[in-house]
Design a protein around this ligand. Structure first.
Ligand SMILES: [Zn+2]
Length: 293
């Protein structure tokens, strides 16, 4: 009798978990139906997006200008000119690329700006719509050679070109929907405590390891790849990207240097990935090098 009871409980539990999975799929399906898909330039990856690019670019541009206006310390003019010169060259390479693949209209989504802020942290970013910021701390880290600065900026520009912010916001929406679904399961009075525990566990595992972490890692690798192509097409030596990460690794004990590396984890595997990619973009660089230098 006890055996029969246990069998029934296990059967009911398995049924509930299966129903929960089906309901979750329906939630995700409904959510995905509100997403549109687009193709990431250069890598040609299909990505889901539920965010209006026009609205996102406009709100980011407003925040960007507000942040710049609030800065009290004016950066040295030569550092601003240097960042703008490198930025213009990377932008020109992108314009050429999109013209060659008959997608010049893609560049009209961007209103490029390159600025420097006085901050000791070695950080840089490029927000939606092409709003670039380089900290003076990053300029100190990369030193005098523009190849390494181009490696940093091309990586950041690649995030904007690949629409990674909108994609991360879409991920957050999916995570929020999953959160709501599992919160409903957990709070339901008819749910057993074991099921509540498993629902929470499933949510954490799925959202962290199934969605957010792989996506973040994937976006970083994609930005590395696209960034290498952009810098090579602009005539900057792609080997500088490997040198940059080796320098990051060598100086990782320095807190101000750890800032950029904290969002862009620097590991030996990343250096190895870049070392493997560099020979694939060298023909692009050599073509540019002989043409323009
Ligand atoms: Zn990055």
């Amino acid at each position: 009798m006890l055996y029969l009871y246990m069998l029934m409980v296990c059967y009911c539990y398995a049924c509930c978990m299966r129903l929960m999975s089906v309901a979750l799929c329906l939630v995700l399906l409904l959510l995905c139906s509100s997403c549109s898909t687009s193709i990431v330039p250069i890598t040609q990856r299909v990505q889901a997006n539920s965010v209006s690019t026009t609205r996102l670019n406009a709100s980011y541009a407003a925040a960007y200008h507000q942040m710049l206006a609030s800065r009290e310390e004016i950066p040295p003019i030569d550092s601003v000119l240097r960042v703008r010169t490198v930025g213009a060259r990377l932008q020109e390479a992108l314009t050429r690329y999109f013209a060659e693949v008959n997608k010049s209209h893609f560049m009209s989504n961007y209103s490029w700006e390159y600025n420097v802020v006085v901050e000791s942290e070695s950080n840089a970013s490029c927000g939606p719509g092409g709003k670039v910021i380089v900290n003076t701390g990053m300029l100190e880290l990369v030193g005098d050679g523009d190849d390494m600065l181009a490696a940093v900026m091309a990586h950041e520009i690649a995030h904007a070109i690949a629409n990674h912010t909108a994609e991360r916001m879409t991920d957050k929406k999916i995570q929020g929907a999953m959160n709501g679904f599992f919160a409903g399961m957990s709070s339901s009075s008819s749910s057993s405590s074991r099921m509540k525990h498993d629902a929470n566990y499933l949510f954490n595992v799925m959202s962290t390891y199934g969605l957010m972490l792989p996506h973040n890692r994937f976006q970083e690798s994609e930005a590395d790849h696209i960034g290498l192509i952009i810098m090579a097409a602009a005539g900057y030596n792609p080997n500088a990207n490997v040198a940059l990460w080796k320098k990051m690794n060598a100086q990782s004990g320095n807190k101000s240097i750890a800032q950029w590396a904290s969002t862009h984890p620097s590991h030996d595997t990343r250096i190895k990935q870049l070392e493997a990619l560099v020979p694939t973009v060298m023909p692009i660089y050599n073509k540019m090098k002989y043409k323009e230098r």
